[in-house]
Design a protein around this ligand. Structure first.
Ligand code: GDP
Length: 366
């Protein structure tokens, strides 16, 4: 599955947020099977209002959302890259996630110690980013010498990746994260860079953790974070972990009421989960029938057989074609039958690039 790692300095609200995420998921367990993979990993349902609309038309007994995982990576502190705290271990944990959710403290509270003695989310972000950059720089320097030797020894693979490594090294030496070069690379080069598995090449979402009163509008700290994120081509969301913790414990109706009192239209966690999904460049397709309407996740730009493979590897191996109806068409026309009659159920083959919202039915050999 796809994983987001939650990072941040101590006492910024990571655990509060993670617990709210998993408690929400646990509360939904009656409808959606939820599992805790490890103590610090939780799978959460991706909220998607389209599921209900499809299920009503298809008269499905059940709705099954798709899921992504969040991992609580606690313990990053200044000096982590030199082994401070449990530094190296945490950096290794980050290496295993697909995207980083970086929690920043944007609330004032004299009772809660700030490890650096002041509230400065942009400074905090730089502290963590610096540790990640130092770690990348060391790991890259170690590998580049080897690769350079192999490249001069006519190793083709080494020769292809070397310029990417050199470009990344130059950025890091200049004190900049590697993700800055992504926009200028072509698809092949992006693959090579991702293959290096550098921490600062992973996409980042900043989470501004604010006091309850600032949940709707944010504050001066969140504005500073948003400016920084925009500068980096990254994203930011404003969330009050304290509100989320409370909402996660309330029954649905009370939760709605509580949220609207706070000036919010939906739980911040829903926004966080959706942003995480965007960050990972994932899209959703649906399957619909009397038994269930179900959402499935694939990487954007995936082809039809890969989508079939998300359901079962046999479907991918034996893929013949996919009957595909766009979500809007499915809802406008009133389902599979009418869409077929109107000639709007397309027969797509192996090369078809799956679009977000496609309602699909696979034909395959067993
Ligand atoms: P972590 O070390 O980053 O995992 O931080 P925790 O989630 O353990 O939070 C540290 C402390 O800050 C706890 O006492 C939380 O109750 C408190 N805290 C978390 N979020 C908020 C918030 O939005 N406002 C206030 N006032 N306290 C918070």
């Amino acid at each position: 599955g796809f994983k987001c790692g939650i990072v941040g300095l101590p006492n910024v609200g990571k655990s509060t947020l993670f617990n709210a995420l998993t408690r929400t998921a646990a509360a939904q367990a009656a409808n959606y099977p939820f599992c805790t993979i490890e103590p610090n990993t939780g799978e959460v349902a991706v909220p998607d209002t389209r599921l209900k609309a499809i299920a009503e038309i298809a008269k499905s007994k059940e709705i099954v959302p798709t899921r992504i995982s969040f991992v609580d990576i606690a313990g990053l502190v200044r000096g982590a890259s030199t082994g401070e705290g449990l530094g190296n271990q945490f950096l290794a944990n980050i290496r295993e996630v697909d995207a980083i959710v970086h929690v920043l403290r944007c609330f004032e509270d004299d009772d809660i110690t700030h490890v650096e003695g002041r509230i400065d989310p942009v400074g905090d972000a730089e502290t963590i980013e610096t540790e990640l950059m130092i770690s990348d720089l060391e790991s890259l320097e170690r590998r580049t010498d080897q690769t350079r030797k192999r490249a001069s020894g006519k190793d083709k693979e080494a020769a292809t990746v070397l310029p990417i490594m050199d470009q990344a090294l130059a950025l890091l030496k200049d004190g900049k994260p590697v993700r800055g070069m992504l926009a200028d690379l072509d698809a092949e080069e992006v693959k090579l860079l991702k293959g290096l598995n550098l921490l600062t090449s992973k996409p980042v979402l900043y989470v501004c953790n604010v006091a309850e009163a600032d949940a709707a509008e944010g504050n001066a700290h969140t504005k500073a974070v948003e400016a920084m994120a925009a500068d980096q081509g990254a994203q930011a969301v404003i969330i009050s972990a304290a509100i989320e913790a409370e909402v996660a414990q309330l029954p649905d109706e009370e939760a709605q009421e509580f949220l609207s009192e706070m000036g919010l239209s939906e739980p911040g966690l829903d926004r966080l989960i959706r942003k995480g999904y965007e960050l990972l460049e994932l899209i959703t397709f649906f399957t619909a029938g009397p038994k269930e309407t179900r959402a499935w996740t694939v990487r954007s730009r995936s082809r039809a057989p890969q989508a079939a493979g998300a359901i079962h590897s046999d479907f991918e191996r034996g893929f013949i074609r996919a009957q595909t109806i766009a979500y809007d068409t499915y809802v406008e026309l009133g389902g599979e039958g009418p869409a077929k009659e109107a000639g709007k159920a397309r027969d797509e083959g192996k090369e078809y690039v799956v679009q977000d919202g496609d309602v699909m039915l696979f034909k395959f050999n067993t």
